[in-house]
Design a protein around this ligand. Structure first.
Ligand SMILES: Nc1ncnc2c1ncn2[C@@H]1O[C@H](COP(=O)(O)OP(=O)(O)OP(=O)(O)O)[C@@H](O)[C@H]1O
Ligand SMILES: Nc1nc2c(ncn2[C@@H]2O[C@H](COP(=O)(O)O)[C@@H](O)[C@H]2O)c(=O)[nH]1
Length: 198
């Protein structure tokens, strides 16, 4: 017999839906989404395009599609991006087609994007579930971003300025998850994906 709410609503196989994971830079979005990927390989995880140069260890097509500004502008003009935004000096966007294909196939999909993009998804797809990942404290956020060591000090400061704006918008989200522990935060995300609250 199917679980209450339909055959795809049991734990481990979330409902067909789009989930947006947002939150300040350094809060741990990639870490938590990476854990979510291990917990449920059936979920589609969007690979964004960006004009940001790759960090050491980042793989083109896996962490991002690294593209130049002219290509990015062409994609925007061609309507190829579900949402896009400039963040701390670089451009980012979600390729539309793979997300729409995954949802049409009944696969749940996850986007890991910043606040402006989350707002665009909210406007375009009101049924999407928007989750903000929160740091346990401001000092912990600063510590994580600094200790990651991927940005120069001026870029860290630009990201922290954005972080203040992002945290101030937490009330716009359907749910907030505090990332004190990566595994626990991923479990909470999976629980949210399994709820039918819209
Ligand atoms: N729960 C946690 N406890 C301690 N450290 C964590 C936790 N989650 C993530 N981190 C660490 O914090 C740093 C930032 O994490 P991560 O890169 O996943 O953040 P992010 O939100 O994806 O950042 P960005 O938006 O800049 O890409 C990393 O060094 C990561 O290992
Ligand atoms: N609006 C979008 N934001 C995105 C997208 N892909 C990533 N991001 C967010 O940008 C910042 C910075 O990322 P980083 O990899 O340079 O640290 C972070 O908040 C990401 O979540 C996207 O497609 N659209």
């Amino acid at each position: 017999m199917a679980a209450a709410g339909g055959p795809d609503s049991r734990r481990g196989t979330p409902r067909r839906r789009l989930t947006v994971v947002s939150g300040p830079s350094g809060v741990g979005k990639s870490s938590v989404v990476g854990q979510l990927r291990k917990l449920n390989p059936d979920i589609y995880f969007s690979v964004s395009v960006t004009t940001r140069p790759p960090r050491p260890g980042e793989v083109d097509g896996e962490h991002y599609h690294f593209i130049d500004r002219a290509t990015f502008d062409r994609m925007v003009a061609g309507g190829e991006l579900l949402e896009h935004a400039q963040f701390a000096g670089n451009w980012y966007g979600t390729p539309r087609q793979p997300v729409e294909r995954a949802l049409a196939e009944g696969r749940p999909a996850v986007l890991e994007i910043e606040l402006q993009g989350a707002r665009q998804v909210r406007a375009a797809m009101p049924e999407a579930c928007l989750v903000m990942l929160m740091p346990p404290s401001w000092d912990e956020l600063v510590g994580r971003l600094t200790a990651r060591g991927t940005e120069q000090q001026d870029a860290v400061e630009a990201r922290l300025a954005e972080a203040e704006r992002e945290l101030a918008a937490a009330g716009e989200f359907d749910a907030r998850v505090v990332n004190a522990d990566v595994r626990e935060a991923a479990e909470q995300l999976l629980d949210l994906m399994d709820q039918d609250f819209k």
